[in-house]
Design a protein around this ligand. Structure first.
Ligand SMILES: Nc1ncnc2c1ncn2[C@@H]1O[C@H](COP(=O)(O)OP(=O)(O)O)[C@@H](O)[C@H]1O
Ligand SMILES: [Mg+2]
Length: 333
C-alpha cells in the first residue's frame, strides 16, 4: 500500500524522535521537483520540511533512480552546513528505512527562490556572483586531501541521473554528435576531483539575506569540476532565450558567476576547467531540448534556436566562456 505524504511525515517524525505522529499538522506538499515526495509541516510550533526519494521519477520518459541517493543528498547538505553555515539548511536527521530526512523549512520576508526572481525579471541583487563564489568554495573544500569522500562514491547513480538521461540519450537522437557527446559522458563518469552537487539550478537555490542556500543535492557524487558550473550556466542561457527583455542581464549574470567562481578555486587549472565547461555547456543545452528532461518553458521557435546554437557550439567549440557568450549574443542578432 502506498503511504500518503501525511503518513510519511508522521512516520519520519516518529523515527527521528522529533515528536509524536499526532504533533504533525498542516502537511502541505511542495511542488517543483520530479524526483521526490516533499512536504512542509508544522511540529510543535516549528515549520519543517521532509523529503523522501522516489524510485520512479515523474517525467514522461521511463527513468528510475536508486533510493539511496537520499543519503548522498543528506551528506551533501551536511557538508555545505559545515563549510558555509549561513548558506545551509538546518538539518534534523535522516531515516534510512524511509529514504527520507527532515530539515528546516526556509521561509521569511527576505527569502525567495532564485528561479522565481529570474522569471519575474526582479532587480538583480548579485545572485549569480554569490552562487559562483559559493560553488567555487565548496569545490575547493572538497578537493582538499582531508575531505571525507565516503558518502560520495556515487558515479553509477550520477550516470543514471545525469550522464545517461542528458548526454547518452541525446547522443542517441543526434548520431552526428555521438562522438563528442559520448566523450563528455565518459569524462564525467571517470572524474572524481571534486564534490559535484549535480542539480545547481535556480529552482534549487533559495536566497536568504543575500546568502544562497542550495537544495536538492540527490545527485551528489565525486566528479568533474566542470559539471555544476556548466549545469547552472545552462539554466541562465536557456532563460536568455526565453526572456528577451532580461537577455542581457542573464548573459551578464554568466560573466558575474564566472568572475566570482574562478577566484574561489585553489585546485586544478581554471583554464582547463573553463575549456571543459565550454564543451559541456552546449551539450547540456541540447540535452534540455532533445534529452529525457526537456525544458518546459520554451516555445517551438526557441527550441529550434537553442538546438541550432548548441549543435554549432558542439561541432566547433570555444575555449573561453567569453567567446561562447559572443557566439550566443551573435545568434540573437
Ligand atoms: N527546506 C526547504 N525550505 C523551503 N522550501 C523548500 C525546502 N526544500 C525544498 N523546498 C522547495 O521545494 C521545491 C522542491 O524541493 P527539491 O528539494 O528541489 O525537490 P525535488 O527533488 O523534488 O526537485 C524546491 O524547489 C523549493 O522551492
Ligand atoms: Mg528540485
Amino acid at each position: 500500500m502506498t503511504l500518503t505524504i501525511d503518513d510519511r511525515c508522521k512516520n519520519l517524525v516518529q523515527d527521528l524522535q522529533l515528536g509524536q505522529p499526532e504533533d504533525v499538522t498542516n502537511v502541505v506538499p511542495l511542488t517543483g521537483g520530479v524526483a521526490s515526495d516533499i512536504a512542509r509541516f508544522d511540529l510543535n510550533g516549528q515549520t519543517l520540511c521532509a523529503k523522501f526519494a522516489l524510485e520512479k521519477l515523474k517525467v514522461v520518459e521511463d527513468w528510475t533512480a536508486p533510493l539511496h541517493r537520499n543519503a548522498a543528498e543528506y551528506a551533501w547538505l551536511q557538508f555545505a552546513a559545515e563549510t558555509y553555515p549561513q548558506g545551509a539548511v538546518k538539518l534534523f536527521g535522516r531515516s534510512q528505512t524511509q529514504h527520507g530526512f527532515a530539515m528546516e523549512f526556509v521561509d521569511g520576508p527576505d527569502v525567495y527562490l532564485w528561479k522565481a526572481a529570474l522569471l519575474a525579471s526582479a532587480p538583480d541583487k548579485g545572485e549569480a556572483a554569490q552562487v559562483g563564489r559559493f560553488l567555487g568554495m565548496l569545490q575547493a573544500a572538497s578537493a582538499r586531501p582531508d575531505f571525507d569522500r565516503g558518502a560520495f562514491n556515487n558515479r553509477d547513480d550520477f550516470r543514471a541521473l545525469r550522464i545517461e538521461p542528458y548526454l547518452t540519450f541525446t547522443a542517441g537522437r543526434h548520431p552526428d554528435l555521438e562522438a563528442p557527446l559520448n566523450d563528455l559522458a565518459e569524462m564525467l563518469y571517470q572524474a572524481d576531483q571534486v564534490l559535484v552537487h549535480g542539480d545547481v539550478s535556480p529552482k534549487n537555490i533559495m536566497f536568504r539575506a543575500s546568502d544562497p542556500i542550495f537544495l536538492d543535492a540527490e545527485c551528489a557524487t565525486m566528479g568533474d569540476a566542470s559539471f555544476d558550473p556548466a549545469f547552472c550556466l545552462n539554466h541562465l542561457v536557456l532563460k536568455a532565450f526565453h526572456l528577451p527583455d532580461s537577455r542581457e542581464t542573464l548573459l551578464t549574470n554568466i560573466e558575474s558567476f564566472w568572475g566570482a567562481y574562478v577566484p574561489s578555486l585553489d585546485f586544478g587549472n581554471p583554464s582547463e576547467i573553463e575549456r571543459r565547461i565550454t564543451r559541456l555547456l552546449p551539450a547540456l543545452m541540447l540535452a534540455r531540448i532533445d534529452g529525457k528532461s526537456p525544458v518546459e518553458y520554451l516555445s517551438d521557435d526557441n527550441r529550434c534556436h537553442v538546438r541550432a546554437v548548441a549543435v554549432g557550439l558542439i561541432e566547433s567549440p570555444e575555449d573561453r566562456i567569453s567567446q561562447l557568450l559572443t557566439r550566443l549574443r551573435d545568434s540573437f542578432l
